[in-house]
Design a protein. Structure first.
Length: 158
């Protein structure tokens, strides 16, 4: 089950909650926008710019058009209602993740940069984030595990 999948909390209310939350933790700027594929939230905090893009399904996506049993939803009104619910769910998930990240930073569990690394806007990148720059090349990067610090082959089993 997806978090907040049945939420009735409006997008406007969630957006206002995001804005209040960011102010509470020290954001100095906030913006949001949308198109038919995504919602974008941006803010400035700790001398960094952050951009979070939230993909939203199209009204033509099977996740919107089909019932859980795999049948197509025929009524336009039902289709619109399911789509609006999917958009509301994503906004609630955004509120949840921002609360968790900002509280973890506030509590000293992690750093702002660690929590928002992928969403940090790189200077001179035309507004692109670290994730937008790195993810297309991730499969090309050699990922190596660090060498073990303990020789496990010499340990005795219990």
């Amino acid at each position: 089950m997806t978090y907040a999948s049945g939420t009735e909390v409006s997008v406007d209310r969630s957006k206002a909650e995001v804005e209040r939350l960011l102010r509470k933790y020290g954001a100095t700027k906030f913006l949001s926008g949308w198109d038919d594929r995504q919602v974008v939230v941006g803010f400035s905090m700790n001398d960094r710019q952050v951009k979070i893009s939230i993909p939203i399904p199209s009204k033509d996506d099977d996740s919107v058009r089909m019932t859980p049993s795999g049948r197509y939803i025929r009524s336009e009104a039902i289709l619109i209602g399911v789509w609006q619910g999917a958009v509301r769910q994503r906004w609630r998930a955004l509120v949840l993740i921002l609360k968790a990240k900002l509280e973890a930073v506030s509590a000293g569990i992690t750093t702002f940069e660690s929590e928002f690394l992928g969403q940090l806007v790189l200077p001179g990148s035309g507004g692109r984030t670290v994730a937008e720059m790195v993810l297309p090349h991730l499969d090309d990067l050699p990922l190596a595990l660090p060498a073990p610090t303990v020789d496990v082959s010499r340990e005795e089993s219990p």
